[in-house]
Write a protein that binds this ligand. Structure first.
Ligand code: NAD
Length: 338
């Protein structure tokens, strides 16, 4: 057999392309900024052995059924809610992701959002650039742009995995009380190291001044934060989401912001991406919106690309890919192309 064929659904850092090229025949790379339409993907997967996918590519049963030769889907992201992993497993298809290498970048961005919302950074920037500071001749005023003090407050973390923990570590410098809720409780040692206290979901909602979401999107976490939950939060609380948009019920969040149930929000992810410019979310001054750039640093994106390549190469050599998502697939098919 010649080199196995791979299709790549977006331009990746060159390092990754070079690594993949050595072992695979890259039959195509989707060159546009927008994702390949579903119909295009359906066509592309017909004759490939491997697919490099992004979170914007819907990889469902139908697509998998259209790809009889497909043996591995190497996702360029840690989240994989766009892939029907269960079905891929049934079909003996390996699914890999890129955990760990993006943790610090996402934690940094989470903190950028926390501070932006708490200290009204974006609003203040617009105040200066828009000329209002000049027009109002304010100079320095005791009541100008007052925000929320972060130091000493309670940080609530929903989902204390890799990113949740990295966010908690950064909170130490702000002398915060850290509480968390997760499906699984951390070890006592890790709790001690992080200075984090395990609480139930209800307490997390009620006691957090800043609530930061770090759970994956699953059937269980879909709309986990809805009207009931938002109503339980403090009026002065800030909600941060750098996980997945659909963990929050957007309609409920808009209502909460309109009616002042919470003080503000910082969002990197949305139920609909890209977010339409006429979304009600865009009208709130106390909301900071980012275009899903959690892992967007040159270093991290390069490392993610390398990990995608490492997974593809290990699979080709008959080894278990380093960051395999569906470990059960090992029982169904051995790694490698036949
Ligand atoms: P992780 O698997 O290390 O952590 C997730 C944590 O959530 C785990 O501790 C898990 O036990 C917990 N969890 C899962 N289901 C839960 C539930 N129903 N209730 C409570 N806790 C639950 O993952 P990670 O590497 O920390 O990444 C977290 C998520 O962040 C990813 O799944 C992805 O969706 C998102 N993410 C976003 C960006 C971005 O660009 N904004 C970048 C990377 C990751």
């Amino acid at each position: 057999m010649g080199k196995p064929k791979v299709y790549i659904t977006r331009q990746l850092p060159q390092k990754a392309i070079d690594m993949i090229k050595e072992y695979y025949d890259i039959v195509g790379i989707w060159e546009e900024y927008y994702p390949p339409p579903y119909e295009v993907l359906l066509e592309k997967v017909k004759d490939i052995d491997a697919l490099v996918s992004l979170l914007t590519d819907k990889i469902d049963k139908n697509l998998i059924d259209n790809a009889p030769r497909l043996r591995i889907i190497a996702q360029y992201a840690v989240g994989y809610d766009n892939i029907d992993v269960e079905y891929a497993t049934q079909k003996g298809i390996y699914v890999t992701n890129t955990p760990g290498v993006l943790t610090e970048a996402v934690a940094d961005l989470t903190w950028a959002l926390i501070l932006s919302v708490a200290r009204r950074i974006v609003e203040a920037d617009q105040f200066v650039k828009g000329g209002e500071w000049w027009r109002t001749k304010t100079g320095w005023h005791p009541m100008m742009m007052l925000g929320m003090e972060v130091n000493g407050k309670t940080l609530g973390i929903l989902g204390m995995g890799r990113i949740g923990r990295a966010v908690a570590r950064r909170a130490k410098g702000f002398n915060m009380r850290i509480i968390y809720y997760d499906k699984y409780r951390l070890s006592e040692d890790l709790e001690k190291e992080l200075g984090a206290e395990f609480v139930d979901f209800e307490t997390l909602l009620k006691e957090s001044d800043i609530l930061s979401i770090h759970v994956p999107l699953t059937k269980e976490t879909y709309h986990l934060i809805g009207e009931n939950e938002l109503k339980k939060m403090k009026k002065g609380a800030i909600l941060i989401n750098t996980a997945r948009g659909a963990v929050i019920d957007t309609r409920a969040l808009i209502k909460a912001l309109e009616e002042g149930w919470i003080a503000g929000a910082g969002l990197d992810v949305f139920e609909q991406e890209p977010l339409p410019p006429d979304s009600p979310l865009t009208k709130f001054k106390n909301v900071v919106l980012l275009p899903h750039i959690g892992s967007a640093t040159t270093e991290t994106r390069t490392r993610m690309g390398e990990l995608v390549a490492e997974n593809l190469i290990a699979f080709l050599k008959g080894e278990t890919p380093p960051t395999l998502v569906n470990k059960e697939v090992l029982k169904i098919r051995k790694p490698g192309f036949d």
